[in-house]
Design a protein around this ligand. Structure first.
Ligand SMILES: O=C(CO)[C@H](O)[C@H](O)COP(=O)(O)O
Ligand SMILES: [Co+2]
Length: 216
């Protein structure tokens, strides 16, 4: 059964607290918090102060996706702000092991992310050291893009590798263009955490949408 992580990037920022509660009441497993620096990706979203305010009011598992050129420099402030898990890109500039260690030292779970152009094998060496691998199925930076099917092969390869190393239940997340048509394909390919932004918040009934993904 898949877990669902609604992406707050597509929420109404003027009603973040309410939008989070709607997702959690509907059974959302994680709240996905997309952080963009305008440098690693050509967009700016929200940062640690927003997470700090939110996590004080709404108790949840905050899955923080850092799209930053130097994630290591910002790990401490996101830990302090209430991150439950921090994922960062292998394409970023920070030393990978040091960044994983900093996240774990702060008591959070750690994950590595790969962009569409990065092969699945790039994540293999980090799999024994992290709690989650995230496969981007769109170019990071914006919600509402079209799912890139090449992500499916990467998910299968990563799930096979997870089994091979004796961690068959490793969290394998997919992010970008996940919707009613693409989510079942992702789950069949081995993803067990589905991020969905526009698919959840772009409907009149986010709760029904969340229930659909949880049933996969
Ligand atoms: O990391 C992201 C963008 O970089 C978002 O999590 C992702 O795009 C979710 O939005 P959608 O489900 O609308 O594609
Ligand atoms: Co994301």
């Amino acid at each position: 059964m898949a877990m669902i992580a609604p992406s707050l990037l597509s929420a109404d920022f003027a009603c973040l607290e309410q939008d989070c509660r709607t997702c959690l009441d509907a059974g959302a497993d994680f709240l996905h918090f997309d952080v963009m620096d305008g440098h690693f990706v050509p967009n700016i979203s929200f940062g640690a102060p927003v997470l700090a305010s939110l996590s004080k009011k709404v108790s949840a598992f905050y899955d923080v996706h850092l799209m930053l050129t130097d994630p290591l420099a910002y790990v401490p402030m996101f830990l302090k702000a209430g991150a439950s898990m921090i994922t960062f890109h292998l394409e970023a500039d920070s030393p990978v092991q040091e960044t994983i260690d900093a996240i774990h030292a702060g008591g959070a779970k750690a994950g590595v992310v790969i962009k569409p152009a990065t092969p699945a094998a790039a994540a293999f060496e980090w799999m024994p050291k992290v709690e989650m691998v995230l496969v981007m199925s769109v170019e990071p930076g914006f919600g509402g893009q079209k799912f890139q099917p090449a992500a499916l092969e990467k998910l299968s390869a990563l799930r096979a590798e997870a089994v091979r190393i004796g961690r068959p239940d490793l969290l394998l997340q997919v992010d970008g263009g996940v919707a009613r048509d693409t989510a079942p394909l992702c789950a069949a390919a081995g993803a067990n955490v589905l991020v969905a932004g526009s698919a959840v918040f772009g409907t009149a009934d986010p709760a029904a949408e969340i229930a659909f993904y949880k049933g996969l």
